[in-house]
Ligand binder design. Structure first.
Ligand SMILES: Nc1nc(=O)c2c([nH]1)NC[C@@H]1CN(c3ccc(C(=O)N[C@@H](CCC(=O)O)C(=O)O)cc3)CN21
Ligand SMILES: CC(C)C(=O)C(=O)O
Ligand SMILES: [Mg+2]
Length: 247
């Protein structure tokens, strides 16, 4: 699984063997330039989900529910989950553990598949004390196990485990029947997810657990500098780039 936030990226992914696309609220940081994901709105998520869905990819499209779109009450959570499905997603993802059980059940009851997300839940970074690794204490570890079992019981079809110790993610994966999709939680999961900007070398900041497979930042700035040089030296535009009238 990889994130995608726009039409051209979803078109490229369409012709790959990737299983699933996440329209992540990480778009607030990697596309919109916010310092965290708290300012991402339903309008942002709907707009980017629609852009990805317009590419009509064969992959499953999962859209993140943004901060405060599902925490207030189950009614507004179901409504907002429905708006993301109307925008073109096949499922939604929301952050949190056992405390989200009723919300998960209500959304699933409405016919919308829900993906869980535990471990580091970036929408709660203020209370957690940063984008830190979760599961250091025995209490945090046992809470993660409990959260995963309760979410499975509530009906999530899959579970993202973010930034936790490898043995904890392994334990959860062995306990659950649904697939676990990990990021910063080691290899003993059923799948992996990454922010595509990290994979492409486009991010300003990349977490320790991400791997870039190409340096697109460098490739793009080289292209821009070549363009500047060409314009200044009259090497662009060339004959084929403009029309002359035959008078
Ligand atoms: N480019 C990008 N990649 C991501 O994976 C990502 C985002 N942005 N934005 C939304 C969240 C935030 N994520 C993050 C961001 C930072 C750390 C990180 O640096 N963690 C360190 C330091 C924690 C601390 O502040 O103490 C760690 O050791 O866990 C982890 C996950 C993951 N997500
Ligand atoms: C990092 C993934 C799991 C995510 O939630 C996002 O991109 O918003
Ligand atoms: Mg997210």
């Amino acid at each position: 699984m990889l994130t995608a936030y726009d039409y051209p990226t979803a078109k490229i992914i369409s012709n790959t063997g990737l299983d699933s696309i996440l329209v992540g609220d990480s778009l607030g940081m990697v596309v919109l330039g916010y310092a965290n994901t708290l300012n991402v709105t339903m309008r942002d998520m709907i707009s980017h989900t629609r852009a990805v869905a317009r590419a009509n990819p064969p992959q499953l499209i999962v859209a993140d529910m943004p901060f405060l779109s599902y925490e207030i009450d189950t009614k507004s959570a179901v409504k907002n989950a429905g708006l993301l499905v109307k925008a073109g997603s096949d499922a939604i993802k929301l952050e949190g553990g056992e405390e989200m059980k009723d919300t998960v059940k209500a959304i699933v009851k409405a016919g919308i598949p829900v993906m869980g997300h535990i471990g580091l839940t970036p929408q709660r970074f203020l209370r957690l004390g940063g984008f830190r690794t979760i599961g250091k204490t025995k209490q945090e570890e046992e809470q993660l196990i409990k959260d995963s079992l309760e979410l499975e019981d509530a009906g999530v079809f899959s579970l993202v485990i973010e930034n936790t110790y490898v043995d904890i993610a392994k334990r959860i994966t062995e306990k659950l029947n649904i697939p676990t999709i990990c990021i910063g939680a080691g290899p003993y999961c059923d799948g992996q997810v990454l922010v595509i900007n990290d994979l492409l070398g486009l991010s300003e900041f990349t977490p320790y657990f991400a791997k870039s497979y190409v340096n697109l930042k460098e490739i793009i700035s080289n292209a821009i500098n070549q363009y500047i040089v060409d314009v200044k030296n009259n090497r662009f535009p060339e004959k084929q780039h403009y029309k002359e009238r035959e008078s």
